[in-house]
Ligand binder design. Structure first.
Ligand SMILES: Cc1ncc(COP(=O)(O)O)c(C=O)c1O
Length: 374
């Protein structure tokens, strides 16, 4: 690894040993504490009446950081606590469409999203889950699932269990063509897969910043395509969802004309301040640079084991950032990895390993030595 890489890696606090759990929590940038002090505590300590304008500015910066990350406009984003609550609000707000009552999702989506989607039945929708056994990377699977009675589809961009990247470009295009609303979950792809919302045909995006964006918990977001916003009327609102939050007329609720209608009541400012600093750092380093580094390290991991051990896609173009490995002697391998102070976790399809910009080839070499007894 070069000096330049060391400099980038050094911008994050690293725990002892090697950390490969970014698919769960990305590491905290060293600049976070100062940033929080400056943009959250300082206005609170010293600005009295001016505290709220400062905090609201900080949230505008959050939307702007997201806009830069996804190549879109800040006003199309709305802060949310997490993916599940953002998605719940979206589901409540979906416009009725004659003859279309089905929401399509997949058994491989993150269960929390599935729990929310099941609630759509309260609003007269039927949920159809594409089975776990289907190949969600196959265009045919989506072509067949998106029938005339489908109202909307939920697409997880990168699956948490296999790390498969779903061909969202294709799926959202078919949806546009067939009059189906497309929703995309970017929790596992934001920060590791470049996403250009100005080019994708997707209608709604829900995401969070805790994983590859290294932005901590509590900072999620919704993005809505500009010409769809007015059709969406969430039930879960608050004064920040109002066209003019400071009007204070209890008899006159009017939806904000932008995605801000999904905002709700008083926001959790600290979480967004923390996340903004991280997204800015990721933007500064550049998602393509992080992805390239990740792919280089992932390739070393994949090349160190027989192909049948690898549960995640072999092709980088069809992957997120995680390698998933299932060994015959899984327990022994896991013990060996743990003994080396390497942090990872295990799901249905094997152990998950997620190298970020703060990991290096020497750590990967130590990791793959543990595979010798597979
Ligand atoms: C694909 C995916 N979506 C969503 C989430 C998390 O959802 P929430 O932000 O509601 O906790 C995860 C967490 O692992 C995930 O992997």
């Amino acid at each position: 690894m070069t000096n330049n890489h060391n400099k980038l890696a050094d911008q994050f606090h690293k725990p002892q040993g090697s950390y490969f759990l970014t698919h769960s929590i990305g590491l905290m940038p060293r600049s976070t504490s100062n940033h929080l002090e400056q943009h959250y505590f300082e206005p609170w300590k010293s600005n009295g009446d001016d505290t709220w304008p400062n905090w609201l500015k900080a949230i505008e910066h959050y939307n702007q950081a997201l806009a830069e990350l996804f190549n879109s406009d800040a006003e199309l984003f709305c802060p949310q606590s997490n993916v599940s609550s953002g998605l719940a609000k979206v589901i409540q707000s979906l416009p009725k469409r004659d003859g279309r009552k089905v929401i399509v999702a997949s058994e491989s989506d993150f269960p929390s999203a599935g729990f929310v989607l099941q609630q759509a039945q309260r609003y007269g929708f039927t949920l159809k889950l594409i089975p776990k056994t289907a190949d969600l990377q196959s265009h045919d699977v989506w072509n067949d699932a998106l029938t005339d009675d489908v109202h909307s589809v939920f697409i997880t961009h990168v699956l948490y269990n296999t790390n498969a990247r779903i061909p969202v470009e294709h799926v959202s295009k078919i949806c546009r063509h067939r009059g189906i609303i497309s929703m995309m979950d970017v929790a596992q792809s934001a920060g590791i897969v470049p996403i250009d919302l100005s080019k994708l045909a997707v209608d709604i995006v829900v995401g969070s910043c805790i994983k590859w964006l290294c932005g901590g918990p509590g900072a999620g977001f919704i993005w809505i395509r500009r010409d769809l916003v007015e059709e969406l009327e969430p039930a879960d609102v608050g004064w920040f969802s109002h066209q003019n939050p400071f009007e204070f007329d209890i008899g006159n609720f009017k939806y904000h004309e932008t995605t801000a209608r999904f905002w709700g009541g008083t926001p959790s400012v600290a979480a967004y301040v923390v996340a903004t600093n991280s997204i800015n750092l990721i933007n500064e380093i550049g998602v393509p640079i992080i992805q390239k580094h990740n792919q280089t390290l992932n390739k070393i991991i994949r090349n160190s084991v027989p192909e049948e051990v690898i549960s995640s896609p072999l092709d980088d173009a069809k992957s997120g950032g995680t390698v998933v490995l299932k060994f015959k002697k899984q327990d022994i391998v896991e013990q060996q990895i743990r003994a080396q102070g390497i942090q990872f976790d295990r799901r249905q399809y094997g152990i998950r390993l997620s190298p970020h910009i703060y990991n290096n080839a020497a750590e990967i070499e130590r990791l793959i030595e543990c595979f010798s007894t597979h």
